[in-house]
Design a protein around this ligand. Structure first.
Ligand SMILES: Nc1ncnc2c1ncn2[C@@H]1O[C@H](COP(=O)(O)OP(=O)(O)OP(=O)(O)O)[C@@H](O)[C@H]1O
Length: 246
């Protein structure tokens, strides 16, 4: 999966929890979209919970009405179709639908264990720190225990301090885009094991598309290509990428 200055293999990301953080306009959604597209190219379906309609240009089946049977949508995922749940209109019906959908996905995954990803855009809305709901309960369970069932999660948020701490601190891969506020900077410092002297300055001065990539105790600065710009041909199937190029 070629994402820009960094290349990851499918095996490096599958079944992991990946956090993409940063202020508005820092390039988070772009990073998430590039990654989603690459996963789809590799035959890994995603279900994208998209409150802002930002993912519609991905090749996925979009739903914005939720008078549908959640089981039917889970079945689509199980046969490899990616889904966008456009939850722009947030109400009881949507909440109920998402809760049923993810609970059913959790149950079905126990049997089928198909590799897939759940992408939560504005993750703090769905798994907030310090608040519980039937929806956040199932999503937190998926994030923390989904690995054995093939389930990975991608969290995107501009409010890192407001995302469920257990999930955020137990994520395995991070893309930390620009932040400026001390509250967000504090979260980054909790995530990263060691900081350089000029850490704050470096994080504040990152441009759109730049991020600190952190995985397995090592971090490095990367840039992510713009979504849908010309990329090297992907190589679906063999999954033998070059590893992390840093
Ligand atoms: N890697 C990149 N290279 C060039 N332009 C980029 C890159 N990433 C994002 N952009 C552009 O910057 C703008 C903001 O990007 P994006 O929507 O991804 O930011 P964001 O952090 O998700 O912001 P928001 O929280 O408002 O959704 C967009 O116009 C996008 O096309």
């Amino acid at each position: 999966m070629e994402l820009g200055s960094i290349t990851l293999t499918k095996e490096q990301v599958l079944r992991k929890c990946i956090a993409i953080l940063g202020i508005r306009g820092s390039g988070k959604s772009n990073t998430a979209k590039v990654m989603s597209q690459e996963l789809m190219r590799e035959g890994i379906p995603l279900v994208i919970v998209d409150p802002d309609g930002e993912y519609r240009d991905l090749n996925a089946v979009t739903f914005d009405k939720f008078n549908v049977d959640p089981e039917e949508l889970v079945n689509l995922l199980m046969i490899g179709k990616s889904l966008i749940l456009d939850v722009n209109e947030w109400n009881e019906e949507v909440f109920k639908f998402l809760t049923e959908f993810f609970n059913y996905l959790w149950e079905v995954s126990k049997v089928y264990r198909r590799d897939m990803f759940i992408l939560l855009e504005e993750a703090h809305e769905f798994i907030p720190q310090g608040e519980r709901s039937p929806l956040s309960d199932v999503l937190v369970r998926i994030a923390l225990r989904g690995r054995k069932r093939g389930l990975g999660m991608i969290l995107v948020s501009q409010r890192s301090a407001k995302v469920n701490k257990d999930v955020l601190t137990q994520s395995e891969i991070y893309f930390l885009h620009k932040v400026v506020h001390p509250v967000d900077m504090k979260v980054y410092k909790e995530i990263l094991p060691l900081k350089t002297k000029d850490f704050d300055k470096e994080v504040k001065s990152m441009s759109t598309g730049e991020a600190i990539f952190y995985k397995d105790g090592e971090f490095t600065k990367v840039w992510i290509r713009k979504f849908d710009e010309i990329t090297l041909p992907s190589n679906p199937g063999n999954g033998q990428g070059e590893g992390v190029e840093i």
